[in-house]
Design a protein around this ligand. Sequence first.
Ligand SMILES: Nc1ncnc2c1ncn2[C@@H]1O[C@H](COP(=O)(O)OP(=O)(O)OP(=O)(O)O)[C@@H](O)[C@H]1O
Ligand SMILES: [Mg+2]
Length: 281
Amino acid sequence: MWYKMGLKIAIGGKGGVGKTTICAVWAQLFAEDGFDVLAIDADPNTSLASAFGVRSEQSPEPLIKMKQLIAERTGTATDTVGAYFRLNPKVSDLPQKHWVEVNGAGPQTQNDAFGNPVKLLVLGAITQAGEGCACPEGAFLKALLTHTIVGRQEVVLVDLAAGVEFMGRASVQGIDALVVVVEPGGRSIETANNVAKMARELGIRGVGAIANKITETTQTDVIKSQLKDTVLLGSLRYSRAVQEADLEHKPVFCACAELVDALRDAKGRLKDLSSEGVVSS
Ligand SMILES: Nc1ncnc2c1ncn2[C@@H]1O[C@H](COP(=O)(O)OP(=O)(O)OP(=O)(O)O)[C@@H](O)[C@H]1O
Ligand SMILES: [Mg+2]
């Protein structure tokens, strides 16, 4: 397989389109293929754990909220406000200390039917500032993302924050493919095109899209015709079962076989993203 080791995928798009849902299902599917998978929640409104059925009271604390840890690593613990801080803090030991193991059936790790557990790392993001935030939190987050994306061998899936404001060089450096999720709606398509454009400007070569919450097949055609230079990897139907799983805090992977099958196909099409981000066949 072309993505044998170390494939790095980021998932973006407008708010509520299905980024987290797709990230969780793909993470599980890569794990079932035998890959070591690291799923990273890089959204300020962290919710990737809940898509794996982890209840909020059991969700790991986002690393960006660990003030003491950030202060220690950036060297601001003993300094006064406004003092210098380390721009490249040591973070390489942190993923394994803070990830939790999950699988398609939920937070329990011992379930052979689901393959290797997925390692879930909840980073969070800085809400008030985008790229280039000159603060210890910004340096810490940048170092962690760079380490997890560039410095590790797992298949890495990054659940990005909604919209384009949060998408800076720091969050996508080293990403092989950016997948924008789009639902039937002009604003969602517009955001998808903006995210895709920015991804290309940031040097990401593979940019694809997934249509989600489709209720009529014609909607997929409209989306396809309005996406600019972006390969449509798949189209997922609106599923009440998916919505109910979210309401009931159940893992999405077990909620809807049709959605999982469609995402398996879409995942297979990732290889169609050539260096220009257009279908090669
Ligand atoms: N195919 C689908 N059918 C029905 N409901 C869906 C589908 N995909 C996602 N949803 C539901 O839509 C809502 C938003 O999905 P999700 O949280 O994955 O989106 P998101 O893009 O990550 O949102 P946010 O921008 O808030 O992070 C959830 O309630 C989810 O269960
Ligand atoms: Mg989300």
